[in-house]
Every structure is written in C-alpha cells, then in structure tokens.
Design a protein around this ligand. Structure first.
Ligand code: RP5
Length: 159
C-alpha cells in the first residue's frame, strides 16, 4: 500500500516529478506515481483518490500545469493532506499553475510548493515530514538529511 500517492496531469510532467519519486525512494517511503488528469480523466481520478484514501494512503502529491485543477480536485475527494506542485507552463512560465493551486477557496486546502523541480523535491520532503510526525525512524532520516545538506554547504570552496 503506497503511503504517498503522486499524481500528475500529463506524462510531460514526469521529467520534473521524477525528483519527487527519487526523494521518496531515497527515504524508503512506499509510494506510487501515475498520470491522471482533472480534465481529461475526471472519473478515473476520483475513483483512484477514493481507492487510495480507503487503503490508507496518508499524503497525496499532485502536479499539474496551466489551469491546474488537479490538486484541488484530489483534495475535494479526501481529507488526507494534498501537496500541489505547479508545473512550468509554456505561456506563463507556471504562474498560471501556481495561482490555480495556491488560490484555493477556504475549506479545501492544498499545500502548494514552488514551481517545477524545487517544488517536486520539497513536496516529497514535506510528505516525509508529515509521515515522520508519527514515525521516529523517518524523523531521524530527515535530521540526517538536513545534516548532510548543511555539511555540503559548509564544505564548499570557491576557485
Ligand atoms: C496539464 O497540462 C498537465 O499537468 C501538463 O502540465 C499540462 C500540459 O499537458 P500536455 O498537453 O503536455 O499533456 O494538464
């Protein structure tokens, strides 16, 4: 059973969303990644969210670009936390995706991350942090990750 379920609106999002997949794998979090669209496959999306939520998936990550309704629709069908990753779009560079996800009306939240790869990576890290609130070993892994990151910065030399 996937603890984290990652969905993206198009296969064209995968190049970016691979970063979330890799980070969840690095932390050993059971997860699933798949393509489903709020606009192109609405019925299948609803069925999938309900099925995963009933099975015990604890966090959803949804990535989409343009008129990005995917994360909001996922959130409409579950009370589990939903993290949205806005994809960079050709015409508006992802500002459209970001605002579509972030400007949810009160009552159905989507935790929106940064546009693109940073958002994909951070969505996975935030999902890990959510799971870690009730899993001490995962929390230890997160602390070690931050420590490694800090050591890398402190070890940088210029020239
Ligand atoms: C959204 O529209 C997808 O999430 C993608 O970011 C964007 C473009 O999709 P394609 O036309 O590449 O399938 O639904």
């Amino acid at each position: 059973m996937p603890l984290v379920a990652v969905v993206m609106g198009s296969k064209s999002d995968w190049e970016v969303m691979r970063a979330a997949d890799e980070m969840l794998t690095r932390f050993g979090v059971p997860h699933e990644c798949r393509v489903l669209s709020a606009h192109r496959t609405p019925a299948e999306l609803e069925a999938w969210v309900k099925e995963r939520a009933a099975e015990g998936t604890e966090v959803f990550i949804a990535a989409a670009g343009g008129a990005a309704h995917l994360a909001g629709v996922v959130a409409a069908h579950t009370v589990a936390p939903v993290l949205g990753v806005p994809m960079e779009s050709a015409s508006l560079k992802g500002l459209d995706s970001l605002l579509s996800m972030a400007q949810m009306p009160a009552g159905v939240p989507v935790g929106t991350l940064a546009i693109g790869k940073a958002g994909a990576t951070n969505a996975a890290l935030l999902a890990v942090a959510i799971l870690a609130t009730s899993r001490p070993p995962l929390k230890e892994q997160l602390v070690a990750f931050r420590r490694e990151q800090a050591a890398k910065v402190l070890g940088e030399t210029l020239q």
